[in-house]
Design a protein around this ligand. Structure first.
Ligand code: PMP
Ligand code: GLN
Length: 393
């Protein structure tokens, strides 16, 4: 007998990432679906976490994070985004260590969104934003970005803003499209946020992966915008340790105080040994972060070159570890059917793009678009093997 339960999120099931990774393993397909690196965490970091555990650094740390870790993150943020020496963030008051960027996003949303509020998100949107908004009693207003450049139409954003609008969620470098927001985008965003007293949640988890000399535009580099923002980052992406679930949120003091009230009861504190270990890594190997863009650009280029003879159209990837393929010349299937077929029958698992769009536009979406996402955070042999298979279609 099944118990009937009045679900708070009745329309949600397992995420598309869970579904496709499971299908990949069931069918022994090469898994370019869920975004995670195939290669290991740096040896230094593995040794550092082993040492922290062996030395007994295994108890709770302060709820907002180990002070020396917060200091190191503060230095990183300062070095990457705050050129004005006079502008110094106090890491102990503005940074909170979280259990992955996922926790930071959920807590930021719960901090901001009240019943009846509207939050603007841009489709294709990462799946973690909308459920949080709904749990807080708010609703998402979706604005579509269109292929091939997936740019934001700020005129459309202006038209959607009303008395209920509370926040705008941005994500750059962007999952799933690999696009970047420009400084003109950031200025347009800042104008709207200041004019309408809005807040921003800026998901910057791929901040250190940008290609062809392009720069990441962080909200942290825009002082007035930052005053109304929660900036979310993840060491999982940066140090190839997605399973450690180590993230953080940077926000001005007043917002951080409120964020910490909820973080305290969501989890209290984040895994202590990893905080010790990443502190050491940031001190000993700052160049790891500086080299990450080149590392991933090389992988992108390996995959793009290997797919050249194929019938897929490769869309430009300017950042993240994702690449979009238009398969219009290969199949008439919709993207979900195509991804299932590719995984089960062909042996390469990918992610369809339609689950990143709001449900009520899907019929129209399927008629117009045939695009899937590939993750290239894989060894070169894996990328070449997958490309060879795809070239046969
Ligand atoms: N935001 C985006 C855009 C992501 O792609 C991911 C993760 N894959 C996250 C947030 C969550 O990061 P974490 O694993 O640190 O929770
Ligand atoms: N962010 C990863 C992706 O886009 C998935 C993380 C997850 O499975 N929640 O593939």
């Amino acid at each position: 007998m099944t118990t009937s339960f009045d679900s708070k999120l009745p329309h949600l099931g397992a995420s598309i990432f869970t579904e496709m990774s499971l299908m990949a393993s069931q069918h022994q397909a090469i898994n370019l679906s869920q975004g995670f690196p195939e290669f290991d965490t740096p040896a230094y970091l593995k040794n550092a976490i082993n040492e922290a555990i062996s030395e007994g650094k295994n108890q709770y740390c302060p709820s907002s994070g180990l002070p020396e870790f917060l200091q190191q993150i503060g230095e990183l943020v300062q070095r990457c985004y705050i050129k004005d020496e006079a502008r110094r963030l106090d890491p102990l008051k503005t940074i909170t260590v979280t259990s992955g960027a996922t926790e930071a996003l959920m807590v930021a949303i719960q901090t901001l969104v009240r019943p009846g509020d509207e939050v603007i998100v841009f489709d294709p949107a990462y799946d973690a934003y909308e459920p949080g908004v709904e749990l807080a009693g708010g609703r998402c207003r979706h604005i579509a970005m269109n292929a091939p450049d997936y740019a934001i139409d700020w005129g459309q954003v202006t038209a959607v803003i009303n008395d209920k609008t509370r926040a705008i969620v941005i994500n750059s470098p962007h999952n799933p499209t690999g696009t970047l927001l420009s400084s003109a985008d950031m200025k347009a965003l800042q104008r709207l946020v200041l004019a309408h007293d809005l807040y921003v949640i800026s998901d910057e988890v791929y901040e250190h992966m940008t290609f062809d000399g392009e720069r990441h535009e962080s909200v942290l580099a825009y002082p007035e915008l930052f005053e109304r923002a929660f900036v979310v980052a993840s060491f999982g992406k940066t140090f190839h340790c997605t399973g450690w679930k180590m993230g953080y949120c940077v926000a001005p003091e007043g917002l951080t105080d409120e964020f910490r009230k909820i973080h305290q009861y969501a989890t209290f504190c984040t895994f202590t040994p990893a905080q010790f270990a990443i502190t050491e890594m940031l001190k000993a190997h700052p160049q790891h972060i500086d080299e990450l863009s080149d590392f991933y650009q090389q992988k992108r280029d390996v995959l793009v070159a290997a797919l050249k003879p194929s019938r897929f159209e490769v869309l430009p990837s300017k950042g993240t570890y994702f690449l979009l393929l238009d398969y219009s010349a290969v199949s008439d299937m919709n993207d979900v059917e195509f991804s299932h077929w590719l995984t089960k029958e062909v042996g390469v698992a990918v992610i369809p793009l339609s689950p990143f769009y709001q449900a009520d536009v899907l019929d129209e979406y399927h008629q117009k678009h045939k695009v899937v996402r590939l993750c290239f955070a894989k060894n070169d042999e894996t990328l070449l093997q997958a490309a060879e298979i795809l070239c046969q279609l």
